[in-house]
Design a protein around this ligand. Structure first.
Ligand code: NDP
Ligand code: VSD
Length: 307
């Protein structure tokens, strides 16, 4: 039942940087053929070189394709076709291209809402739509969506980002119900803050509240996140999370998500009440962070006025 990675064709969008690059390396180390999809060609070539250092046999290939996954479906479909001509049908697709922009609702441009929805949501729909028919026909396949812990709860500063990551889950749940009889398995990953170039970029404009609340969980290494995601995808687990807070969040927010094992279902049933109780304390502490920051701001604004 688990997918065999040796010789498999794995497509990773956002594979030129951060979590996506580490997922590509992890799969390559296990013998897969890789297609990297991202926009910037220099970064793609750089990543290709880095991945190729981990080869385990001399047949392995890393293919690079430059395309914007959020713009035009036909373009995305074409590049997937190209990749399939070179490396065969896609066994696993990892939708990791994405970005975060944070800020208070009133400070975010309306265009930011559109952009994040395009990249994080539609940028996952297009590649998935392009591979699904073949996967169903072959009765083989894995599709991974990289959401976020911020796709399990909404928090200060993430009005645009959280919505785009929540959207992924709705898509994934519906799709899993459709494709399960065809032996195609969907995985949704909910990583915590992870030390990547994208994370560094995002931190340059992050509101204090968002930073303080996010610090509830520690920053992970992308290699660690990638390892867990690849493991869960191979197994065909619907949920992929990391660490004790990740585990609690996933159990707490399981809702009507498909269940992969009896153990998982039993654990959800047994822990739900306890985790909700813990969550109430977290929510209380988040509210007090927001209130404290507001009072601090008002204080310094008043001080500015009297000065
Ligand atoms: N780092 C973190 O703290 C967390 C990240 N995540 C999610 O994980 C994913 C990866 O994040 P991370 O590794 O930090 O990001 P990085 O910014 O380090 O890498 C993003 C990758 O996506 C590619 N990409 C971005 N936009 C597009 C596009 N429109 N079309 C094609 N490729 C694109 C980038 O290449 P290029 O720019 O050249 O196109 C790059 O390869 C994102 O979806 C993010 O939301 C989730 C939780 C935590
Ligand atoms: C039982 C209940 C347990 C509750 C634990 C609550 C933990 C909340 C912390 C949320 C952190 C959000 C990280 C977002 C990462 C991300 O996607 C950005 N870095 C974008 O890249």
């Amino acid at each position: 039942k688990p997918l065999t990675l040796p010789g498999a064709h794995v497509v990773v969008t956002g594979g030129s940087s951060g979590i996506g690059k580490c997922i590509a390396i992890e799969c390559y180390k296990q013998g897969a053929f890789i297609t990297l999809v991202a926009r910037n060609e220099d970064k793609l070539l750089q990543a290709k070189k880095e991945i190729e250092m981990h080869s385990i046999n001399d047949k392995q290939v890393v293919l690079c394709i430059s395309v914007d996954v959020s713009q035009d479906y036909n373009q995305v479909e074409n590049v997937i076709k190209q990749a399939q001509e070179k490396l065969g049908p896609v066994d696993m697709l990892v939708n990791c291209a994405g970005m975060a922009v944070s800020g208070k609702f009133e400070d975010l441009e309306v265009s930011t809402f559109e952009r994040l929805m395009s990249i994080n949501y539609l940028g996952s729909v297009y590649p998935s739509r392009a591979v699904i028919t073949t996967m169903k026909e072959r009765r083989v396949g894995r599709i991974v969506f990289v959401s976020s812990q911020a796709g399990q709860l909404g928090l200060f500063g993430f009005t645009a980002y959280s919505a785009s990551k929540f959207a992924i889950r709705g898509l994934a749940e519906a799709l899993q119900m459709e494709v399960k009889p065809y032996n195609v398995y969907i995985t949704v990953a909910y990583p915590p803050d992870t030390d990547t170039p994208g994370f560094a970029e995002e931190n340059r404009t992050k509101p204090l509240e968002t930073r303080l609340i996010s610090e509830t969980t520690s920053v992970c290494k992308p290699e660690q996140v990638a390892k867990q995601i690849v493991k869960d995808a191979i197994q065909g687990n619907f949920n992929s999370s990391l660490g004790s807070d990740g585990y609690m969040l996933s159990a707490l927010t399981c809702g009507m998500a498909p269940v992969t094992s009896i153990t998982e279902g039993l654990q959800q049933v047994v822990t739900m009440g306890l985790f909700r109780t813990i969550a109430l304390f977290y929510l209380g502490s988040f509210d007090s962070i927001v209130r404290r920051c507001m009072m601090q701001r008002e204080k310094s604004e008043n001080a500015d006025k009297t000065a």
